[in-house]
Design a protein around this ligand. Structure first.
Ligand SMILES: Cc1ncc(C[n+]2csc(CCOP(=O)(O)OP(=O)(O)O)c2C)c(N)n1
Length: 541
């Protein structure tokens, strides 16, 4: 079969195409974005008519994919870990409705918060929803697990969660492809009431989900992704999972480990394999990327009080991404940390691009707010969050997508008037609209700046669902027409922009100011593509 050099994200995307998906619906978020981008750019996917699109948010993405599954076809939905919080209602309930066509949800966790606001472990969500969870340790396994995930999803009529982490998503390795499968035919569920979660149906379905747990456990014992490797030195047994398995291997030349090793890549945890290790070994070391999910579950499983080391007792740091060196230290081996980065490479804090429209927006906002006391700007997640840094020091919060408007409303309702929200165009359609409706319904005195650079800039410039629609949405939600103001954030317009913002700050109700100018990165990209097209046309003349 063909061998390809792929990122972990790309391996998942290629596998989804080969495994016969009919649709992929996602919302961008590092480190998951490249999965959907790969399918969007794939000629193979286009030829197969696979639908690939960015949804307004992760919840709408999961629900759309569930609709594809309802229709009997295979679907995938991808997001970063915090995206699963947004999709959680649909995600957890989809475990009760079950799947019809195969349904795989990919959550990409970001230990050490390289580009995230928290460090959460999506395996908890899988356990919470009581569905099978797959956790690949390398790119090939990621590819294979997508095929297997669709298999068990259809076999047990259940959504499957594929959990990856940053290092796997963004590193490349050779991947051997499997034969392509055709897409499913349209085939509605045999029980047309299965997806109606009225209590009487949901109770029955929930009992079915509980009954299936034993089958999911058997799958985890027998599918071959969970493996027990024997070792002659039983003073220690090692349980490891996902990418952490590779970090363990890197510490032993020739991959010769003296201790028994249990590699867990499929959940629910394989109880029989764990019991075997408990019986054989004096002590267990748990090495897992993310939260101590396996380690905590051991506490309920082990019959005798065995010595268990891991993140919970500090043998491994409680937070942050693992690496081979941390694993070596946990094993009592030599600390082979490399040399420190020499002073030649100076750390570079993040900053907005030269020419970014957000710079002019913050200059105008800061000037407009100069006569008010500080601490009244609630921001959101996007490139404009960099307004927190010097020289702007312009914002006072960034919590989760959409929280700018709702927090400003809360603060205004509590008496902080005026309160300001700053939200990007993509974040506005992701989670800002309902908060704006709440503010309109209570006529809260807030001014909302919707920073419209007509793209999802932070994650690399994906299409924004808001483009061309923001004024209509605000009008539809009930913001008075005369308090929806569009400004062009440019240095030459500074005085005029300050005046507009100031006028709206003094309005005693909900006002919206839309600083609108294309993202400098997407503008440059567009210009380059145009120039290349022109040059090509000239060549062929
Ligand atoms: C729930 C959730 N999903 C996805 C992300 C990743 N993410 C961070 S900001 C952002 C959108 C940024 O776009 P926009 O609001 O238009 O602002 P811009 O970066 O273009 O200024 C995304 C998708 C996230 N942090 N949280």
């Amino acid at each position: 079969m063909q061998k390809l050099l792929l990122l972990g994200d790309e391996a998942i995307a290629q596998a989804a195409i080969d495994a016969g998906i009919s649709g992929i619906f996602s919302y961008p978020g590092t480190p998951s974005t490249e999965i959907t981008e790969y399918v969007m750019a794939s000629k193979q996917a286009a030829a197969k008519g696979i639908k690939a699109s960015w949804a307004a948010n992760e919840k709408t993405a999961v629900e759309t994919a569930l609709g594809v599954s309802y229709a009997g076809k295979r679907a995938m939905s991808c997001m970063k870990h915090v995206g699963l919080n947004v999709a959680a209602d649909a995600f957890v309930n989809s475990a009760i409705t079950g799947a019809n066509g195969g349904f795989v949800i990919v959550a990409a966790d970001d230990p050490s918060m390289h580009s995230s606001q928290n460090e959460q472990d999506s395996r908890f969500y899988g356990k919470f929803a009581m569905i099978p969870v797959l956790e690949p340790s390398n790119q090939q396994e990621a590819y294979d697990m997508v095929h297997y995930g669709f298999d068990i999803s259809e076999k047990y009529q259940i959504p499957v969660l594929l959990r990856i982490t940053t290092r796997l998503a963004h590193s490349r390795a050779a991947v051997v492809r499997k034969p392509e499968r055709p897409q499913n035919e349209l085939r509605l569920p045999s029980d047309l009431k299965q997806f109606i979660l009225l209590p009487v149906i949901a109770r029955r379905r929930y009992k079915g989900l509980l009954a299936n747990q034993v089958l999911f456990e058997q799958e985890a014992e027998t599918a071959g992704f969970n493996r027990y490797f024997d070792g002659h030195d039983k003073s220690l047994g090692i349980i490891t999972s996902g990418i952490a398995y590779n970090y363990l291997m890197e510490n032993f030349t020739g991959r010769n480990i003296p201790y028994p090793v249990l590699k867990i890549s499929q959940y629910p945890v394989p109880v029989n394999m764990i019991t075997k290790m408990e019986q054989e070994c004096k002590r267990i070391l748990v090495i897992e990327e993310g939260a101590p999910v396996i380690e905590e579950s051991l506490r309920g499983l082990l019959s005798k009080s065995l010595n268990v080391n891991g993140r919970l007792d500090g043998t491994i740091p409680r937070d942050g991404e693992l690496n081979p060196n941390i694993v070596a230290v946990a094993l009592g081996m030599e600390d082979h940390r490399g040399m420190d980065v020499p002073g030649l490479v100076v750390g570079r804090p993040p900053s907005m691009c030269v020419g970014c429209s957000h710079i002019d927006m913050y200059n105008a906002l800061n000037a407009a707010l100069s006569d008010f006391t500080k601490g009244r700007v609630f921001s959101d997640i996007g490139c404009y969050t960099l307004g927190a840094l010097a020289p702007f020091n312009a914002i006072n919060s960034c919590v989760d997508m959409g929280a700018s408007i709702t927090m400003a409303k809360g603060a205004a309702d509590a008496g902080l008037v005026p309160a300001v929200a700053v939200i990007g165009d993509s974040t506005f359609t992701h989670s800002g609209i309902t908060g704006l409706l709440d503010a309109v319904n209570s006529n809260s005195p807030i001014t909302v700046l919707i920073a419209d650079n007509s793209t999802t800039g932070m994650t690399g410039g994906q299409k924004s669902a808001a483009t061309g629609k923001i004024e209509d949405i605000c009008r539809g939600v009930g913001v008075p027409e005369e308090h929806i103001r569009v400004i062009k954030p440019l240095r030459k317009n500074h005085e005029e922009n300050v005046k507009v913002i100031l006028e709206e700050l003094t309005y005693n109700g909900v006002s919206v100011v839309i600083p609108r100018r294309e993202c400098i990165q997407t503008l440059n990209k567009r210009m380059r593509a145009k120039a290349a097209e022109k040059a090509k046309a000239k060549e062929s003349e």
